[in-house]
Write a protein that binds this ligand. Structure first.
Ligand code: HEM
Length: 504
């Protein structure tokens, strides 16, 4: 009897869900399709169950299916939501220009950063983006670069401990460097995370991000009330308190200092340069309208966005570039030669980064093959006709498969899966348009110049001092590429391990 009732309920659920799928979306799916069996009620959601490495493989599989589809897309159902994975660069740029809402991926991250711009609702984000843009003006960024210089010295010192010691995880070192730098750019204070990895903010922040990334991949954990009943939810609340307390104290302190005469404030920040340095927090206060501008809550949200957006993304790119240099010694030799020829022993490498063309190609090729943010999401809130004539209908969701765009053989050739920095020395305009590690359109990354400076500068200092060699704990070759996982950012199953030797 019970079984019969359950069966009737299931049939009813299937009928109700089928009815709630609009005819337009059903037609759209019929035109695009995916080569996976459809299961009533859950759709293709079963393909995303499993671990984060499996999810990355799924994004790759969606991309490969899309390459052979005439629309360059693959569509699938998560319950009765239609999702369209896009691996065609032209369609990706049209979608990113026309749609800015990121629901529902934003839901879990709002627990920590509320309406902060990277995950904020579209209407709030539009206002905040206007304030964010001038913060990244090059005249302020010149001072941020000095932060990289100082913190990089600590990084190089720390790395001496692992020279000739066999495999080590670059993540541990580079993520401490990027967190320390992001925090200092944001608040003008140095947490000294590299020297003290157990700093409560660093521990809480890193743990929060790790658990948050796992939650993003499990939509059944999106309901805050239920999530907070779980042990991990309670832990996230404790982490959030540590993070918020630290940030709120700094905001209060900054506001108090701003009321004092200038001569009393100089020297409070570790990196004040004759009173000219302005942290992201200073700039956000100023550009939002000073005392009448952002509230303390808005400042907390926006400063946390900046730390969040700048830390793991930059560390991931830096770690991946190092792993690829270790496994491609011929590329590493060329980078070293270029540094020797262009910079010699000059201490002023930061001023000359733009002259390092081959290094630029290496960094781009790393982010092409392994984009730190491999996918992003957009919600379709209006019908849109593509140049191909296909109409994308309101109500569907887009999975912008940056990983897939970057490996599309139609743009990059039959060797798209191979690491060949030289391709960026002669890249065509179409290829450059198909390169979008920092996103594209109105919601693209505001910090790309800072990120590239930090990555290139670190690689210069690293390559000058050390030779990176492959780790012994995993194999890498064209046939055995890096095993990667999706933790919102791309991560490496083998913790970005390499070995280090002294050059001098
Ligand atoms: C290699 C390093 C980085 C990568 C690969 C990266 C990538 C991205 C991508 C793909 C987006 C757009 C996401 C989307 O469209 O949904 C984004 C947004 C953003 N990034 Fe970056 N990013 C990096 C470093 C940075 C740094 C260093 C900062 C700041 C100092 C920063 C600040 C931001 C902000 C504020 C946004 C949100 C923009 C908005 O929603 O209007 N990023 N980033």
């Amino acid at each position: 009897m019970l079984l019969a009732c359950l069966l009737v309920l299931l049939v009813l659920l299937v009928v109700v869900l089928a009815k709630t799928r609009s005819k337009k979306l059903l037609d759209l799916h019929r035109q695009i399709k995916v080569d996976f069996p459809y299961i009533p009620v859950i759709g293709h959601a079963y393909k995303f169950i499993g671990n984060n490495e499996g999810r990355m493989m799924m994004f790759d599989e969606l991309a490969r299916q899309a390459y052979t589809n005439k629309h360059g897309m693959a569509s699938f159902w998560i319950e009765n939501y239609l999702c369209i994975s896009i691996s065609d660069p032209v369609t990706a740029s049209v979608v990113l220009k026309n749609f800015s809402d990121k629901w529902p991926i934003t839901v879990p991250m709002r627990h920590l950063i509320g309406n902060g711009s990277v995950f904020g609702e579209e209407e709030i984000w539009r206002l905040r983006r206007k304030i964010l843009i001038p913060v990244f003006n090059s005249k302020y960024c010149d001072y941020f670069v000095k932060i990289f210089e100082r913190n990089n010295k600590t990084l190089m010192e720390k790395l001496t401990a692992v020279v000739d010691k066999g495999d080590f995880s670059t993540w541990e070192y580079f993520s401490a460097y990027t967190l320390e730098s992001a925090f200092e750019m944001t608040f003008g204070e140095n947490l000294k995370v590299q020297k003290n990895p157990n700093h409560p903010f660093a521990v809480a922040f890193q743990d929060y991000f790790k658990n948050g990334a796992a939650r993003v991949c499990q939509p059944w954990l999106y309901c805050n009330v239920l999530y907070e009943l779980l042990p991990v939810g309670a832990k996230q609340n404790r982490n959030k308190k540590v993070i918020w307390d630290c940030v709120e104290d700094l905001i209060k302190k900054k506001k108090m200092l701003s009321k004092e005469p200038l001569e009393n404030t100089i020297g409070h920040d570790t990196n004040t340069q004759g009173g000219q340095f302005k942290s992201f927090l200073d700039l956000l206060i100023e550009f939002s309208g000073g005392e009448a501008g952002y509230t303390d809550t808005e400042l907390r949200e926006e400063t946390l966005v900046l730390i969040l957006a700048a830390t793991d993304s930059t560390a991931t790119a830096l770690c991946l570039a190092t792993v690829l240099l270790a496994n491609h010694p011929e590329v590493q030799d060329k980078v070293f030669q270029e540094i020797k020829e262009v910079l010699g022993d000059s201490e002023r490498s930061l001023d000359n980064l733009a002259k390092l063309k081959y290094l630029d190609a290496v960094v781009k090729e790393t982010m092409r093959l392994y984009p730190p943010a491999p996918v992003t999401i957009r919600r379709c809130d209006k019908d849109l006709e593509l140049p191909s004539g296909l109409v994308l209908n309101e109500g569907c969701y887009f999975l912008l498969n940056i990983w897939g765009v970057h490996r599309n053989p139609g743009c990059w050739g039959a060797d798209a899966d191979e690491f060949k920095p030289e391709r960026f020395l002669s890249a065509t305009p179409d290829q450059l348009a198909a390169f979008m590690p920092f996103g594209h359109g109105p919601r693209s990354c505001t910090g790309l110049h800072l990120a590239l400076t930090s990555i290139k500068y670190s690689l210069v200092e690293l390559t000058r001092r050390y030779r990176v060699t492959p780790a012994s704990s995993y194999e890498y070759s064209q046939q055995k590429p890096l095993r990667v996982t999706f933790d919102i950012m791309l991560k490496h199953v083998h913790q970005f391990k390499v070995q280090l030797e002294n050059r001098r």
